[in-house]
Ligand binder design. Sequence first.
Ligand SMILES: [Zn+2]
Length: 339
Amino acid sequence: MNHLSTCRICGVQNNHKVYDVREMMFGTREVFRYFQCTACGCLQIKEIPDALGRFYPPDYYSLNLKPERGIHSTLYRKLQKQRCRTALFGEGFKLNSLLKKHVELPEALFERAAGISTGEVLRKSGIKDFSARFVDVGCGAHSNWLMHLSALGFYNLIGVDPFIKADIQRGNIRIYKGELGNVHGQFDLITLNHSLEHMPQQLEILQEIRARLSKAGICLVRIPVVSSYVWEKYGVNWVELDAPRHLYLHSLDSIIYVAQRAGLVLKEVVYDSLPLEFYGSEQYLRDIPLNDPDSLWVNPDSNIFTAQEKASFATLSTKVNVERCGGRAGFYFQADSST
Ligand SMILES: [Zn+2]
């Protein structure tokens, strides 16, 4: 079915193909209409609901994540930071050879709070020292990404999220209830970990990011991607569609287009699909919401899938990442110096 609509990303008016998508995280099964732009490929909700807050109840997952806790002594943590400094910035080489024998690198360096490992993000972003300034946009109440950075020794750590109850101070992490526009300063790494797709004004937020990047600053945008195997396979049952919270499911073309308009140029794309992409979509095909007590998301021991099926979800998520056709990816942008 097609309908006359205007794309909110590229402005093309056409008879774009429409899709009716059910709310399936909580399983209300309320139907929301989406359309996919024939020009840029962006899949988007036709009407942005007025009161978006009602779709983020207190049990929405990112408002409820528990902070991770360390188990090591203060001295051990100090030594770990020294090892980490060497691993990240190449400092203190001689000391490090001794430390290597007795102190392991912090797990936070390898954690995948940001899908991609923290160490990999830091290296790709060219972070040079512990004074680097970070902001995590749309981070929820407990940004594990910021927690990992704090554990590694970084201290200029800010988060913003409009849906948390109030401002939060946790160690050297400050999370503000609000938007990027509500905090001051320039940043060396701006992260949007699955938050851009929730924001009504795509161009405006990317322009704000462009204005807030330091000279060599990087923005990492992690989003679901509609130009993917999972969208082709599952269509409206694709778990990442997450109606109506995901207002935009970008194609590669549409995210690059809107970022360019905002003065950002693409450096690199990294695919970071998880097994969830497959088991969640299989569940929606079987009419099982993500938050259902039998859901694999809620109960990892759930027997709605065989062991063989569970293994296949992991295999498939790895395969689509390698073949660069997964349903989620991270886009590294930097400021376009010519704008
Ligand atoms: Zn378009």
